[in-house]
Design a protein around this ligand. Structure first.
Ligand code: NA7
Length: 551
């Protein structure tokens, strides 16, 4: 006998409490919490399975740069006790297995519709509902929409002249073929040197006959020191998970990193170098927690940047290649710092070469390769490791039309504007998970996702208790928050880099620092205070009030 759930019955009737867009970690947990409230909810995703970012980014070497013991759900004690990570930093296949395990464990798939793209979400002020359409012809009426669309999910492919003329295979790291790629005996071009390239190049170079890397901007990368997860290390976390998770939630970026509360520049050089050496030896992004002022004081930052540049010079045998790989055009950490396994050492291999395309940009893709400065680099395959339309791209690709008929694209013409990165004025009942204006990509995404989902769940429960069904931020609250986000960003060195945090990787995208840098701890307190004050900065309304207004 087949069971008909409340969500299925609602969906058949075309009306549903919540449409969730995205079946990554945000959408999965959101669905779980909404079920707990007894609401009907349905999740749509273009992918054929759960996992979001980890569904798509299957490129060789794809790995999380946050430690496995910290990059995992904390909402269920049994789950966090029973799941066993095999490595200190989990690779993409293992994280995807984890996502699938969670989906099975909480029976999430029955309310998920895969291979379905949400194309439109249009708010109807008369009914206070969202009309949601998909590319499969679904038409639903939802009270609320939750955009769990991910921050790095809209892949960006530069429009090089002649791109379609290339006779070999092309790949984007963010859309890697599920069956994998065998580069044995192939000449491979990799365009880009961001995190995806830095992780994939050493692995591709183990197989390929030759790898030519086209670098426009070198990035700082720290060795991950990845290795097998020992039973005792996992135990040290699991024995005190609740306390450790609670502590992580109040940190700056949601990661326990033993930050040193000391200025780099005020520390004597010998001691400073010892501290950097210790951080380098332990590896990972927590390198930036070596001192407390690396991201606010240029002189301090310079000491860390020079330390890493010297490491690159030590590791890379050819001095010219080493200098090309040593970043000098942005302070360390102001572009997302990378974490690697043998990235710099790979350039010592005879089958790996580096081409500088900063001063002489890529002119064209030819049928046989890549043309730079009149020279054609002949290759059999091209890997585009060229990044994403970060933070806003996945949202603006959906036709989202708000209360007054304006689209989200129009509202965000001069840069994204949100209240708390959670909602946008003019778009009632539309929530974003880790939206611009929240700590999002500057944090351990799991911590931020859980905080947003919990806040949204409490908000919907509170609306129901008050017999309200509509919530929207005021423009004044939104303006004040946007101003605060900018103000805090400009107390740091972040805006000095042409990063995807600033929208700088997309032609024509406004240069606005998008994530909130005040820290996940301070941010959580702010969100909680807003809720405790009766959703300060939001307007709550319900059927009675709307009916009265219409009379
Ligand atoms: P990133 O970090 O945005 O890197 C993209 C790379 O592609 C970067 O090196 C770019 O150089 C390069 N790029 C982009 N367009 C071009 C053109 N036209 N010519 C040459 N090079 C180009 O994306 P990733 O996927 O590596 O990483 C994204 C995040 O995922 C990462 O930060 C982690 O959080 C996980 P540029 O710097 O723009 O000069």
């Amino acid at each position: 006998m087949s069971r008909t759930t409340s969500t299925e019955r609602s969906a058949m009737a075309g009306e549903i409490d919540v449409v969730i867009v995205g079946a990554g970690f945000g959408g999965m947990y959101m669905l779980h919490r909404l079920r707990g409230l007894g609401l009907s909810a349905i999740v749509f995703d273009v992918a054929s399975g759960v996992g979001g970012t980890w569904y798509w980014n299957r490129y060789p070497g794809a790995r999380c740069d946050v430690e496995s013991m910290q990059y995992s759900y904390a909402f269920d004690e049994t789950l966090q006790q029973e799941w066993q990570w095999s490595e200190l930093f989990a690779g993409q296949p293992e994280i995807l297995r984890y996502a699938n395990y969670v989906a099975d464990r909480f029976d999430l798939r029955r309310d998920m519709r895969f291979e379905t793209r949400v194309t439109d979400a249009v708010f109807d002020p008369a009914t206070r509902r969202w009309a949601v359409r998909t590319d499969r012809g679904d038409a639903l009426s939802a009270r609320h929409c939750v955009m769990a669309t991910g921050c790095l999910s809209a892949a960006r492919m530069p429009d090089f002249p002649g791109r379609d003329s290339f006779k070999g295979q092309t790949y984007h790291t963010g859309y890697w073929p599920h069956e994998g790629v065998d580069f044995t005996g192939k000449r491979v071009a990799v365009i880009g040197t961001g995190s995806s390239a830095i992780q994939s190049i050493p692995v591709i170079a183990q197989q390929a006959e030759h790898v030519t890397v086209f670098q426009r901007t070198p990035n700082f990368s720290i060795p991950s020191r990845n290795g097998p997860m020992s039973e005792s290390y996992a135990r040290s976390w699991k024995d005190s998970y609740p306390a450790k998770r609670a502590e992580a939630r109040m940190t700056r970026n949601g990661i326990l990193a033993n930050p040193l509360d000391k200025s780099a520049i005020e520390t004597p050089e010998a001691e400073r170098l010892t501290i950097y050496e210790q951080r380098w030896a332990s590896g990972g992004t927590t390198f930036m927690a070596a001192f407390n002022d690396l991201i606010v004081n240029k002189a301090s930052n310079d000491t860390a940047a020079e330390f890493v540049r010297n490491k690159i010079r030590e590791m890379v045998k050819d001095p010219a290649t080493a200098e090309l790989l040593a970043p000098t055009n942005h302070p360390i950490g102001t572009k997302r710092i990378c974490v690697d396994t043998d990235y710099y050492l790979t350039y010592n291999q005879p089958n790996v070469s580096l081409v500088d395309v900063r001063h002489t940009p890529i002119e064209a893709i030819t049928p046989d390769g890549v043309m730079v400065g009149g020279k054609e680099y002949k290759v059999d395959a091209i890997v585009f490791a060229t990044g994403f339309d970060a933070m806003t791209g996945a949202l603006t690709r959906i036709n989202i039309v708000g209360r007054d008929g304006a689209t989200l694209v129009q509202e965000w013409e001069a840069g994204p504007r949100t209240y708390l990165g959670l909602m946008c004025a003019g778009f009632p009942n539309l929530f974003m998970i880790t939206g611009p204006g929240s700590p999002s990509v500057l944090s351990n995404m799991m911590v931020s996702i859980e905080q947003h989902v919990d806040w949204i769940t409490d908000c919907l429960a509170s609306l129901r208790d008050r017999q309200m069904d509509c919530i929207e931020p005021t423009r004044a609250a939104q303006d004040a928050w946007v101003e605060h986000v900018n103000e805090v960003a400009h107390t740091t060195l972040y805006p000095s880099a042409a990063s995807w945090y600033m929208g700088a990787n997309i032609e024509g995208k406004p240069r606005v620092f998008m994530p909130y840098i005040g820290g996940v701890g301070a941010y959580r307190q702010k969100c909680d205070a807003v809720a405790a004050a009766g959703y300060e900065g939001f307007v709550l309304s319900g059927p009675a009030r709307v009916a009265a207004a219409a009379e």
